[in-house]
Design a protein around this ligand. Structure first.
Ligand code: PMP
Length: 430
């Protein structure tokens, strides 16, 4: 494949945009090399500036669950655009999408729309603090909740009590209120709660993480968190930015039957436009301004184009009972195909999958948390990523990301992908 024009565009971008990109992973910093520049996308395919066609497994990092340029979303946005792009005054469509989301997701009465997953998680934590009157939060190593200061805290060794910031610009004062736990380690969470009795406002978690690759919750882990939160008057926040409206209509809460107190959304809920949302039962949501004292606002929140795209997307998912099963079936097929090839070529691997999320770690041992994910062989991953790209398959350019399948993918696309890996596999051994 030729990447001449992409390469030139990247060089030009680096002159004016830090690192040439508006979000770091896009620069291929985890895999080396230079990013491709997309010209357009349709269905399951990306078309780059050099005329290459690629099968897309990131779906804009999740939102394009029904494929690119999905007609009902495109039509809804075009129609709305003709009527003006933003008013900063209430519109009926905000209530329509809120009502539908409340119907689709278990246990929520009200929802507030924002512009990104980051904003949703940041606001959910402020709401939890305002509601409980407590300051500290627990998050899990390897879980990503956007780039708000209190989430940019890295794991130290197992028993860290106070987090250390992992980005300059996050103050020690902020970091000390974020406590770290390990995913799938309920006993560790219990210890943290006991050491900080009466101080913890909320536990925020990706119930099925996608930001250290895909990780599956061990049986009883999420239920155990639910129980601990009840016992200690801590609010449980499920960050369903990736999983919401993807793993099931009602996200992980529905799929695994565990109820959170606050849920955050992004990605699919905006149909590819910049949307996030957070939701909870009435008692909690009524603490938000203007009804309550916890402040949160946005000039473009509830933007008509974004709401039109989101509503068209949620309506399509709500009306199509088969879509989540169809996605899960395709993902299983891909998983089994990849596993078969890697096993045949004796390449150590560990694959996690749930619904339409899947990831491959080049690691013999099961990957159950951040530490085990970090042990995977990143050199093999780099060869895998670039080898697949060369063969026309666009995977997430980092081992610490889940694949997101879209329903426009055909079984022929999946076979093509598995065949590409079969061709590449001998190169992955050395
Ligand atoms: N939470 C999760 C689970 C995410 O995966 C992401 C983004 N990948 C975010 C929050 C932040 O969302 P955004 O990038 O829209 O700010």
């Amino acid at each position: 494949m030729i990447y001449k024009r992409s390469s030139a565009l990247f060089k030009e971008a680096q002159k004016y945009i830090p690192g040439g990109v508006n979000s770091p992973v896009r620069a291929f910093n985890a895999v080396g090399g230079e990013p491709i520049y997309v010209k357009e996308a349709k269905g399951a395919y990306l078309y780059d500036e050099d005329g290459n066609k690629l099968i897309d497994y990131i779906a804009s990092w999740g939102p394009m669950i029904l494929g690119h340029a999905y007609q009902p979303v495109v039509d809804a946005v075009i129609e709305k655009t003709k009527k003006g792009t933003s008013y900063g005054i209430p519109t009926e469509i905000e209530t329509q999408i809120a009502k539908l989301a409340v119907e689709m997701v278990p246990g929520i009465d009200k929802i507030r729309f924002v512009n990104s997953g980051t904003e949703a998680c940041m606001s959910a934590v402020r709401l939890a603090r305002g509601f409980t009157g407590k300051d500290k939060i627990i998050k899990f190593a390897g879980c990503y909740h956007g780039h708000s200061d209190s989430f940019l805290i890295q794991a130290g060794s197992g028993a860290v009590t106070f987090g250390a910031p992992n980005s300059p610009g996050v103050t020690k004062g902020t970091a000390k209120d974020t406590l770290l736990a390990n995913y799938n380690d309920l006993a560790g969470v219990k210890k943290l709660i006991e050491a900080n009795q009466g101080e913890i406002a909320c536990i925020i978690i990706e119930p099925v993480p996608g930001n250290m690759g895909c990780i599956i919750p061990k049986e009883g882990f999420l239920e155990g968190l639910r129980e601990l939160c009840h016992q200690h008057s801590i609010l449980l926040i499920f960050d369903e930015v990736m999983t919401g409206f993807r793993l099931a209509k009602g996200g992980v809460q529905e799929l695994l039957d565990v109820q959170a107190d606050i849920v955050t959304f992004g990605k699919v809920v905006g149909g590819g436009l910049p949307v996030g949302a957070f939701a909870a039962r009435e008692e909690i949501m009524n603490h938000l301004a203007p009804e309550g004292p916890v402040y949160q606002a946005g000039t473009l929140s509830g933007n008509p184009l974004a709401m039109a795209a989101g509503l068209a997307m949620l309506q399509s998912l709500n009306e199509n009972n088969e879509v989540f099963k169809s996605l899960a079936d395709k993902t299983k097929y891909l998983h089994e195909g990849i596993a078969k090839v890697l096993t045949a070529h004796e390449i150590p691997h560990s694959i996690n999958r749930l619904g339409s999320m899947v990831s491959v770690h080049f690691n013999e041992d099961p990957v159950v948390d951040f530490d085990s994910a970090a042990k995977a062989n990143n050199e093999t991953f780099k060869k895998y990523f670039h080898g697949m790209l060369k063969r026309g398959v666009y995977l997430p350019p980092s081992a610490f990301e889940s694949y997101f399948l879209n329903d426009a993918l055909s079984y022929a696309d999946l076979d093509f992908t598995i065949q590409a890996l079969n061709d590449l596999a001998p190169e992955l051994k050395n």
